[in-house]
Write a protein that binds this ligand. Sequence first.
Ligand code: 6PG
Length: 252
Amino acid sequence: MPAAADVHVFADLECLTRAAAQRFVEDAHAVIAARGRFIVALAGGVTPRPLYEHLARPDVTGQLDWSNVHVFWSDERCVPPDDDRSNYRMARNAWLDHIVIPEANVHRLRGEMEPHAAAAAYDDELRAFFGVARSAADMSATFDLVLLGLGEDGHTASLFPHAHALTEQDRWVCAEYVARVAMWRLTLTPAVINRARDVLFLVAGARKAARVKDVLEGPLAPDTLPAQAIRPGDGRLSWFLDAAAGGRLQDR
Ligand code: 6PG
């Protein structure tokens, strides 16, 4: 059975974006008040861009002290940071270049490096940030929020069908060549994502509707539907869908 999730279907992407921005700011306020910092891993692709642009609006950005926010990425394409395909570049252009956030709080995956070296470097950076030695087997990296998208093939982050990273239990970051997109990718592993306190999928568009139904209502098959590998242990799992992406779900 797929992981229990709270599923919200919104009229359109604009409504979804506003709700996601409100969730982000409210979560960040609460976590910063409780623990002093908010640690988020961003999704790439197209869908989250309106959210990042919304978070850059003056009436929104003033609601948070961004010096208490640390930004990581759930995945990255193995391209330079100024490449049009870079998830880092997209978030910088849409949001991070428009807010006052210390450079030290922006932790990008180095897509310009040799992929395995980039994965190891990010693994080290995460362990240093969360205070866990490389030798430690425990997965005590705990993001406060991980944002994810969904591909038409059921992938999420850069966890594609049959990826080795889907069963990785020791490394926190993996590099894999993805034939269907003809490029190397870097990705957090499900084991790390599943330690998050909050995981939020943002999915929009009719072309995603069939896969959303498969992931949420179909049989459990994470090797072919990697989004089903996202099953936070104690964390909250939410799906924000627009009406088009949620159109095939039962009773929503
Ligand atoms: C990436 C993303 C990827 C994305 C989905 C959906 O690097 O491309 O991390 O997992 O979230 O492919 O992408 P869209 O939002 O562009 O449809």
